[in-house]
Design a protein around this ligand. Structure first.
Ligand code: SF4
Ligand code: SF4
Length: 620
């Protein structure tokens, strides 16, 4: 049943009077419902985010710009599900991905004949590359645009993007990187990626740092230009460029929304690495960054560091910036003891074995919340999966990689590859490497790219990337057991950026939680980063703090009993402020299928009785 929404704004009395007047006239032709306040805001937010199209991440969403009178004709001819905005002059239409080329031709022909255009707004990256995101302009308009550019802006300084470029050129943004720099394959790749940006600006509204700072240099589009300039000029980048790139959260919201398929993750990854190898940071920054690369990957040193932080907490007023942020992040209570599951061993499947996997235990998570790995292993065992904790595997390398310090990340990456390949090539083999921290999952899935230029490692790294799976991806594949009890608990699910943007895992955690019997609520503006972003909250505490406040307000606004997420970083960033228990998604899935109630939930008042869970045990 189609819905028409009318938005009324203005002085309260006026809005109420107009709503009443419209309601009395419209109810003769249709059902009318008036919504206000948070319900109204939520409705418009969902419309803006095209939430109704989010269930199928593989579908193509087209944006049609048309004269309003033509929209219905085009939509009816195509037969897809549509959202009309601006009186029909902007229409979003969802189509099957299977016939993307055919749909592109039909939509662009009809839109062109109506005097408009069709842009492939949301689609898998490979499709966007194949079909092209933007509709080529009519030849006469292209020639006119090119003549104007030649007259007023021959060097494309004012607008290096598509609108000012010649229609005959293959790429959209012009670069002038020297031949010598091109010899570096990372810079050559960066050049290719930079040239796919058409400067449309669609990414700006999804960029958290742009939303906070309102500076184009702190947006994806601005950073792409800064990186282009950095490579064109060569040598040491200036402090201004470094500052803007450092402020990037690497949340990848821009990559997920970009209709032109700009592979921003690869671009910023190498941009930060380039800075680390060519720019000398002030001494304090160097010390802090190096300390983080030593402390975080080692659970033993990290535990010692947290104890030292606790001793330093009373004196935190003496510090500011990163040092203050580190003391603030130190847990106030005692640390849980190390879990026996985090030692190398094999956990047998319960019942007939359906699969054999290895688990990435991680580094920080084993210290801050070891129950997450315990719940993951129990859940897998219960579903007939044998779980191996591989000897020699440890930190995935992401903390150093986040800071562009590849030289400290690669030894960890290689140690993991060796450890898991030994298992994969052993008698039991491996069906998957399970990751329950989405930040680490994004990193594992990029091992193949990180080592693509190393002949001795590239194939091995690609094999590991292909095996890596988030626990929710894996559980959807093997199917969740019927939950033992309908729990009737309202769970607000916070999707980490590394989950939804980095790995494009969107519906799996929601589907699993729903099928486990929970009522699942989504966070308004859920695409926005919470400010955690690896070690970002330690290095850029001011922006991280502002993003945290926004996220906390949005999580609290939905009125849930408990929050869930698939990333320990977000949980650590937010749990002290959201005013409800914050658990990992697997803890809820484990509980719903027979495991113990998560510790954090015991604090929730009036939980439904749960007679079946006494104690969860991991059997080794
Ligand atoms: S990165 Fe993508 S969305 Fe952003 S300006 Fe470039 S082409 Fe447009
Ligand atoms: S990765 Fe995130 S913070 Fe960085 S430019 Fe993209 S959207 Fe903005």
């Amino acid at each position: 049943m189609p819905t028409t929404a009318l938005r009324l704004e203005g002085i309260q009395e006026s809005v109420v009077a107009r709503a009443a007047g419209l309601g009395s006239r419209l109810h003769t032709v249709s059902d009318v419902r008036t919504v206000a306040d948070e319900e109204s805001r939520d409705f418009w937010r969902k419309l803006r985010d095209l939430s109704s199209f989010a269930a199928d991440p593989d579908a193509c969403v087209w944006r049609l710009m048309l004269p309003g009178t033509q929209a219905a004709r085009v939509v009816n001819a195509m037969g897809g599900e549509a959202v009309y905005d601006w009186g029909g002059s902007e229409v979003f239409i969802r189509m099957e991905a299977g016939k993307a080329e055919e749909h592109a031709l039909a939509l662009r022909t009809m839109a062109g004949e109506a005097g408009g255009n069709a842009c492939l707004f949301r689609a898998p990256a490979e499709l966007r590359r194949r079909v092209g995101a933007f509709q080529p302009r009519p030849k006469a308009l292209q020639e006119l645009g090119e003549r104007v550019r030649q007259m007023f802006d021959p060097n494309s300084i004012l607008n290096p993007g598509k609108r000012a470029r010649s229609a005959t050129e293959k790429h959209d943004m012009k670069t002038r990187i020297s031949e010598a720099a091109f010899a570096n394959p990372d810079i050559a790749l960066a050049n290719d990626i930079i040239r796919t940006c058409v400067h449309c600006g669609i990414c700006l509204s999804h960029c958290p740092t742009y939303q906070v700072r309102h500076d184009e240099n702190d947006s994806p589009r601005g950073r792409i230009v800064l990186m282009r300039d950095m490579y064109e000029q060569g040598g040491t980048p200036d402090a201004k460029t470094v500052g803007h790139l450092d402020r990037c959260l690497t949340c990848l919201a821009c990559e997920a929304i970009c209709p032109s398929g700009v592979q921003y993750s690869k671009l910023i990854g190498h941009g930060l690495e380039h800075i680390e190898t060519t720019y000398r940071r002030p001494l304090l920054q160097r010390v802090i960054r190096r300390t983080l690369t030593v402390l975080i990957p080692s659970p033993r040193l990290f535990r010692v560091g947290l104890h030292a932080g606790k001793l330093g907490r009373p004196f935190k007023w003496m510090f500011s910036g990163s040092l203050r942020a580190m003391l603030d992040m130190t847990p106030t209570g005692g640390l849980p003891p190390a879990s026996p599951v985090d030692r190398p061993q094999v956990f047998p499947a319960q019942g007939p074995r359906r699969a054999r996997v290895s688990i990435l235990n991680g580094c920080v998570q084993t210290i801050l919340d070891p129950k997450i790995n315990e719940a993951t292993i129990r859940l897998l065992q219960r579903h007939g999966v044998e779980v191996v904790v591989a000897r020699g595997a440890g930190c995935c390398g992401a903390p150093a990689e986040h800071m562009g310090m590849e030289k400290y990340a690669l030894p960890l990456v290689k140690a993991n590859i060796d450890a898991w390949l030994k298992e994969a090539e052993g008698p039991g083999g491996l069906d998957a490497i399970i990751v329950n921290t989405s930040g680490c999952g994004t990193s594992l899935k990029a091992y193949g790219h990180a080592l693509r230029l190393d002949p001795a490692w590239k194939e091995k790294a690609a094999r590991i990337s292909a095996l890596a799976k988030d626990i929710t991806e894996f559980m959807v594949d093997i199917g969740l057991q019927t939950p033992r009890k309908h729990r009737n608990l309202r769970v607000v699910y916070h999707s980490a950026c590394s989950m939804q943007h980095g790995q494009r895992i969107v519906h799996q955690p929601l589907d699993l939680l729903r099928s486990a019997g929970f009522e699942v609520l989504e966070v308004p503006d859920g695409f926005m980063c919470c400010g955690s972003a690896g070690v970002y909250n330690l290095l850029q505490p001011k922006i991280a703090g502002e993003l945290k406040q926004r996220k906390v307000a949005n999580i609290r606004s939905v009125g849930a009993d408990v929050a869930a997420s698939g990333n320990i970083g977000c949980m650590t960033q937010l749990s002290d402020s959201i005013g409800m228990p914050f658990v990992h998604t697997v803890e809820l899935l484990d509980w719903a299928t027979g495991g113990p109630e998560p510790d954090a939930l015991r604090a929730v008042k009036a939980l439904p009785n749960d007679p079946h869970t006494a104690h969860g045990r991991v059997t080794s």
